[in-house]
Every structure is written in C-alpha cells, then in structure tokens.
Design a binder for this molecule. Structure first.
Ligand SMILES: Nc1ncnc2c1ncn2[C@@H]1O[C@H](COP(=O)(O)OP(=O)(O)OP(=O)(O)O)[C@@H](O)[C@H]1O
Ligand SMILES: [Mg+2]
Length: 439
C-alpha cells in the first residue's frame, strides 16, 4: 500500500514515504535510479522551509555538509549527496534499516528487556570509533577539525543486523548559527551538552567525549543523567551537579567501569580522557576481561525488541554495483560515487573483473576511495606481473643444470678460434717479412 501523495519526485529522487520529522528537517525514504538500471534506497533529509530561508543557517549547512560528506567510516551514516531543489536544501544519505538509540531505549523499557551492560559498552565503543575517525580526519594533508556537537541517542542508529552508526555530523554547528534553532530544537537535546558547550565556549573533541559518556550513562542505567523539568535547570545540572556513579543504578557495573565513565564526565575537560580513542580503549579493555561480556549479539537483541517490524521488512531494491564512477561537480558527491566507495570496500575482485579505466577521472568527494581503488587495481596487476616473472625465472633456473655443460663448453671453442686467428695472422705477417727480406 502506498501512502497518500507518494511516490513523488524531488529533484532526481523519488520519495516513496515519509520516515520522520526531526527538529529542522523532514525525512523521506527515497529511491534513486542508477546508470546500470539498479535502484538505490536512501534517506532524503529535507531542511524545513523556515531553515532553508535562513541565510546564516544555509551557509553553515553547505560548509558542514561538504566537510562531513568526506567521512567514510563503518560507524558513520554516509552522506552521498547534498544540494538544493526548488529552494529546499537537502542531504541524501544511506538508509539504515534499524532504530535510533532513543527508540531502542523506549522499546527496552516498555518490554522490560533492558540492554545489557556489555552491549551498551560495545555500542559506545563503536560510536567512539566513528567519532575519533571524524575528529582526526584530514583532507589533502589538513585537519578538518570536525566536532559532532550533537552526540545524542537520537543521532545514533543501530541496524537490525547490529551495525552501529552515528549521524548528523556538523548539523548542530549550522543550527547554532540559526535564529530558528531554539524553536526547532528537539526537546531534551540540551541534556547531552558538555559544560563548555553549555557555556558557549570554543569546543574540542573532548566535548563530544562528555556527550558520549552521558549517552553511555543512560544506556547503562536506563535513566536520563542531566534532564530536569526546564532547560535552565538542565543546564545548571550539567554545569554544577556531579553525576552519580552508574553502579548505584545498575547491577553489573563494577568500579572499573564506573571510573571510566566518571572520568569522561568530568566538568573540567582537562581531567577527562585526552580523547575519544583513549575512552574507547579503556572500555575495550574492560569489555575483554571476561569472555561472557563479548559473546552477546547486538543483532539478536534488536530482532528480539523489534520482532514484528523485522518480520515485515521488505527486501532492499536491486542494486547493481558500478565500477565506473561518473564525473561529479566540485564539492558534490553522487550516488555513483557512493557505489564506487562501496564496491571497493565490498569486493576488490569484482572491481578487478570490471577493469575500470586506469586513468578515469575520479570524483572529487570520494577521491580517497577512488585513489585506493585505482591503486588496488594497479598494485594487483603489478603483483600478478611480479608473480609471473618470478615463475619464469624459477623455470629458467630449473633448466640451468642441463644447459650448464654446453655453456661451459663454449668458451674453449671461442678460445680456439682466437688461437687459430693469431697463428694465421703470424703466418701471414711472417710471410710478408720473409718476402721483404729476400728482396
Ligand atoms: N539515514 C537514516 N536511516 C534511517 N533512519 C534515519 C536516518 N536518518 C534519520 N533517521 C530517523 O529519523 C529520525 C529523525 O531524524 P532527525 O535527524 O531529523 O531528527 P533528530 O535527530 O531527532 O533531531 P535533529 O534535527 O536535532 O537532528 C532519527 O531519530 C531516526 O530515527
Ligand atoms: Mg538527527
């Protein structure tokens, strides 16, 4: 059954249904036809008209979207296109068949089936991996200085297959520039801000670390850490109130895990772990201490919580992987770029079979993936050539013992020739001298 008003066209996308309405955008499931006749399912996040008309927001939105579309990591929802259609700005990104952490927490409470402590830790380690990648991402040798600024359960997705993905990088920065933000802000998001963000101070990656630790505290305890009845009280709690150790609210949290979380929740960022990677390392060490902690399956838990939804899932549309990227405009990514990146990640042998032209122009935004793709093809060819030449050489060497005596026999033959030549020359010269003397 199709919903009223769908499918409908939006630029080159066919919107098939509405997914959600967030603080500043409407989200649609969309399909995009690719050149090879396949279809890609994606999410189009269309910025609400009130924001699309806000110049300061739009400028920052474009800047941030062009930065974050360069992020390619298994723990980050991939953006592959952003543009403007009929004066409405949008981002197209990968569709995650799953739920955001907010929904997961809600379902877990309703079904009295809480997320286990090890699974909560595992989710946060993966989010930390995505964050650290973004924090340290460079482009053409220069750091991009990306800070998420809005690490909340709404912005973390878990797929039914158990993939963990963070989304909406940079959107918060654009939102901060907008006069509409206060009205559009999803209620309760203030409660994940770091103290320095609440004060409006310049941020570094440790601000995201504080927010991530707030999320972990909530995943473990099932309670909101700083949320109070008004934004003012919430901000005061962030700035002034010490968090309680999570072990007071949940069995299975030991002193070591308490300490890791509490360190990341220090009001003074100098006292926190130095970066998100260090936090992830400490959590990983904790997780790996007992084998039972690692054994659980996130996907099994998701399928338990959302059994009905999973049973009704439609299969994704047929996608044809493309090996040949098309040219994209500067600062743009296309569906095809995404295919290239994915094709590379998924299966190099297919790419090799498809034999992309060696000197094909690669699109700007997925330049990294394309370079690797190109390198991998030539490297592969090189290795093959090398292996062939080694094989040839080995065969030659194997033949050598038979050829050796013949080789050895040749020099004396050459030497004999020379001797005969010298004798003949001496005879001729001698003859000439004798003839002259006789005269
Ligand atoms: N790529 C995606 N794949 C699947 N579901 C998504 C995707 N992006 C967003 N969603 C769903 O849509 C919801 C709304 O997203 P959106 O980012 O607009 O709102 P929000 O995160 O609640 O608020 P904000 O506007 O502050 O980001 C998400 O919480 C998530 O459940
Ligand atoms: Mg969001």
């Amino acid at each position: 059954m199709t919903a009223a008003g769908f499918p409908r066209q939006f630029g080159r996308y066919t919107l098939t249904r509405k997914l959600a309405t967030g603080g500043m955008a409407e989200l649609f499931i969309a399909r995009l036809q690719d050149e090879a006749g396949g279809e890609r399912e994606c999410v189009v996040k269309r910025i609400l008209p009130s924001f699309s008309e806000d110049e300061a927001f739009v400028k920052m939105f474009i800047d941030e979207a062009s930065l974050t579309s360069k992020l390619q990591h298994q723990n980050i929802v991939q953006i592959f296109d952003f543009d403007v259609v009929e004066r409405q700005y949008y981002i197209a990104m990968e569709f995650i068949r799953g739920e955001d952490l907010q929904n997961i927490l809600k379902a877990a409470t309703e079904q009295q089936n809480p997320l286990s402590v090890p699974l909560a830790v595992r989710i946060v380690i993966e989010l930390a991996n995505g964050l650290h990648y973004a924090h340290t991402k460079e482009h053409k040798g220069k750091p991009l200085n990306i800070i998420h600024r809005d690490v909340t359960p709404h912005n973390a997705m878990i797929s039914y297959a158990g993939d963990v993905k963070l989304m909406d990088f940079g959107i918060a920065k654009a939102a901060e520039r907008s006069t509409k933000t206060q009205a559009g802000m999803v209620k309760g998001k203030v409660a994940y801000m770091s103290p320095e963000q609440a004060r409006g101070k310049p941020l570094d990656p440790r601000s995201d670390l504080f927010a991530l630790a707030t999320v972990l505290w909530e995943l473990v305890t099932g309670k909101r850490l700083f949320l109070r009845s008004s934004d003012f009280e919430t901000l005061t709690a962030i700035l002034k109130e010490e968090a309680e150790p999570p072990s007071r609210h949940r069995k299975g949290v030991d002193k070591e895990l308490d300490d890791i979380i509490m360190a990341a929740l220090e009001k003074d960022r100098e006292k926190r772990q130095p970066n998100v990677e260090a936090f992830a390392r400490e959590l990983t060490r904790w997780l790996h201490k007992t084998p039972e902690r690692r054994a659980e399956s996130l996907s099994a838990y998701m399928r338990q919580l959302f059994a009905e939804k999973v049973a009704k899932l439609e299969p994704p549309p047929r996608e044809v992987p493309q090996a040949r990227p098309e040219r994209a405009g500067p600062g743009r990514t296309t569906n095809v770029d995404r295919n290239v990146a994915e094709t590379f990640q998924a299966s190099v042998p297919d790419v090799l079979q498809a034999k992309p032209p060696k000197r094909a122009r690669r699109p700007e935004n997925f330049a990294d993936a394309a370079t690797i793709l190109e390198d991998s093809v030539s490297q592969e060819a090189l290795l093959k050539a090398l292996a062939e030449s080694r094989q040839k050489r080995a065969e030659e060497v194997a033949k050598q013992p038979i050829q050796q005596p013949r080789k050895d026999a040749k020099p004396p033959a050459k030497g004999n020739g020379l001797l005969f030549g010298l004798i003949a020359a001496a005879v001729v010269i001698g003859g000439v001298v004798a003839f002259v003397l006789m005269k």
